[in-house]
Design a protein around this ligand. Structure first.
Ligand code: SAM
Length: 290
């Protein structure tokens, strides 16, 4: 595909606006329209869909989302140098692109969504990719405002997102959080050569669909117990969980592990997601009742 719209080629636009990529903003741009269209389509059919895009930059993926039929794209960009370029795209698709200048970590999207469900599709800035994902996975109530996440990560982060105890090297806090609330899959890899400038590592597109009814638990407590367990991942649970505060509780660490139906001698990387959820709920109960 050489052309998806009548706008000038991305390389020309970036040259015209002298948009040199800034490392501090995690800027690695995609100019290949075949690839941006493939990413846009991998989130599913886009007709009648509202899409939230983090970091549109010069708008390669934004243009693909609009050309593939998204009803409305809400794009959050921190770099004001990109705004005139995005305004040009907005003019080409009247009423279908809203650009918010701001930090995606703190921006409040509710006035823009009007209660409509939305998909998030983004080539994420790698420096804030994990905190953004964690934020989207820890909203209460659940299911969240988004109906799916289709996101570019470094391959190594993508592997941690989809990991289970079957991949003990990659399985950790992120895998537990993602496995608890979503079905997560790596869709395809993207080589460094696809980006300008090329990053050092391979990237992957990950798709996350929300589980409609994950076992209830407090996200903060789940974070506390997984931090304790994986913080000392080589140690057995009876040792690693000693950092949890059970003072004045009716049982000790061994009793808590037993109540959660787990083995004291197991290590964090052997515990499936539902084991951590039980542990979080038992810990919460012990703390509440002391
Ligand atoms: N979507 C474009 C593409 O695929 O070519 C650019 C992707 S680039 C990897 C990441 C983009 O996110 C950059 O445009 C950068 O300025 C923007 N960005 C970085 N940190 C951000 C933040 N906290 N909030 C919103 N945008 C951010």
């Amino acid at each position: 595909m050489s052309q998806i719209d009548d706008l000038p080629p991305l390389r020309d636009i970036v040259r015209q606006y002298e948009l040199a990529a800034k490392k501090s903003l995690g800027q690695n741009f995609l100019f290949d329209l075949n690839l941006t269209a493939k990413i846009a389509r991998s989130s599913g059919p886009l007709e009648n869909v509202t899409v939230v895009e983090v970091g549109p930059g010069p708008g390669g993926l934004t243009r693909a989302l609009l050309a593939c039929g998204a009803r409305h794209v809400i794009a959050i960009e921190r770099d004001s140098r990109c705004l005139p370029i995005l305004a040009q795209i907005s003019g080409h698709y009247p009423g279908r692109l809203t650009v918010i200048e701001g930090d995606a970590l703190t921006v409040d999207l509710s006035p823009y969504l009007n209660g409509d469900p939305a998909r998030v599709v983004a080539n994420l800035p790698y420096n804030v990719a994990t905190p953004l994902l964690t934020g989207w996975l820890t909203t209460d109530p659940w299911p969240s405002w988004w109906e799916s996440l289709t996101l570019m990560f470094q391959r190594e982060v993508a592997e941690r997102i989809v990991a289970t105890p079957a991949e003990p090297k990659d399985y950790g806090r992120l895998g537990v959080l993602c496995g608890w609330r979503t079905y997560a899959n790596i869709l395809f890899d993207v080589p460094p050569s696809a980006f300008v400038p090329p990053p050092k590592v391979t990237s992957s597109i990950v798709h996350l669909a929300p589980r409609p009814a994950p076992t209830p638990a407090r996200t903060t407590t789940l974070a506390t117990v997984t931090q304790a367990a994986f913080g000392q991942r080589r140690k057995m649970l009876r040792q690693s969980l000693k950092s949890l505060d059970l003072s004045n509780a009716e049982t000790d660490v061994a009793g808590m592990i037993q109540r959660a139906g787990l083995e004291e001698t197991a290590r964090a990387e052997e515990i499936p997601v539902d084991g951590f959820v039980r542990l979080a709920n038992v810990y919460d109960e012990l703390v509440r009742n002391r």
